[in-house]
Design a protein around this ligand. Sequence first.
Ligand SMILES: Nc1nc2c(ncn2[C@@H]2O[C@H](COP(=O)(O)OP(=O)(O)OP(=O)(O)O)[C@@H](O)[C@H]2O)c(=O)[nH]1
Ligand SMILES: [Mg+2]
Length: 396
Amino acid sequence: MNIAVIGFGNAGSKIADRLIAYEADTQRSLCRFALAINSATIDLEKLTEIPPENRLLIGQTDERVKGHGAGADPEIGAEIARQDVHELERALDGVPIHAVDAFLVIAGLGGGTGSGGAPVLASRLREMYEEPVYGLAIFPSEDEGGRASLNAARSVQSFTESTDNLIAFDNDAWRSSGNSLQGGYERTNEEIAKRIATLLAAGEYDGSTVSETAMDSSDVRRTLSTGGISTIAYAQSELNPHTREQKGLLSRFSGNGRTATNGSGGPDPAKKVHGLVRKAVQSRLTCPANILSAERSLIVVSGPPSEFSQKGLRRARQWVERETSSAEVLAGDDPRKNADQLSAAVVLSNVTEVPRIDRLQEQAVSAQDNIAEQEQSREDEIRELITDDEDRLDPI
Ligand SMILES: Nc1nc2c(ncn2[C@@H]2O[C@H](COP(=O)(O)OP(=O)(O)OP(=O)(O)O)[C@@H](O)[C@H]2O)c(=O)[nH]1
Ligand SMILES: [Mg+2]
């Protein structure tokens, strides 16, 4: 499908930027419009793909913000989104709505601007347009502390209600050890972009011969129309590693590099497709969840048509149906003649057992209690400090 992507806050904008880069790298056609919204000037300047005229700074006239962010306060994030709603609407004037099948609003939920603002924007989009509005929510990792959990647990309520489907990504499950946070995020954002692009770009062909089991973007819409929260499984396999290793550079010039797989003792294509889908579902999901709780699922197998197998796809579909006990599992191919990988994305839609959300809520409740307690005791301490011991003095 073709989408209008909107990144809200710093994480949201960076991931939208990365998605556009990934789309270009893999010659997909996905984002027909991109917008980055933030309350921090400096973060907007760092983007590389979204053009400057599509970067919107909000909250400039708000005393508490003034170009420096919402300070991890989602109330401020929501307020400035409401205050600047006309600027938001004006920025959306550029959306080529006839060419767009859906909106995707992306935000990290641990801070203020994205967690507060993204649900406000999503609600407005649903009022303004007929097209579905999907969200991509990034949960903070546990070591970011109570305030981030509190923001996320509150935001996930309004973000789920304001979207047609909220795709979840848990930073906690994807934390990389031993690397700088920034380096870690770059890799993580690439992984997010891969999964979103493989899933949502299905149905927009690059001119390859259309396979018989080609995915239609209406299948993606149908699967995501459940509402609730979704998670994405993904796996990829490089094409012809065997042939490449053996022939090295020569294969590039002999012209038979890629097509050699099937005829030259490579794995049976049906097995390969089926195996890849299994591997996807058994590896790390964007947000860990009990796959048995999914309402609907959809499998996209993306790569050169020569690697596809109807039999493999059918078996994979049956396997996912059994594993997830989803009432409905759709499956299709996404032909990309120039791809150097075969990849599979499986979206598990409306999963209702997501341990990370329960944990976020627990942390949020205790953070909220702590914050209230600390505020009270600080007030008491200030009063004690500025009043004399036996209360003999009066303030002026
Ligand atoms: N995956 C990923 N997560 C990120 C990235 N940057 C930040 N985060 C997460 O997103 C959350 C929100 O951070 P930001 O997006 O910087 O916050 P903001 O929406 O700009 O809000 P304020 O800075 O408070 O105005 C953090 O708590 C992190 O969990 C990123 O590049 N990738
Ligand atoms: Mg920020």
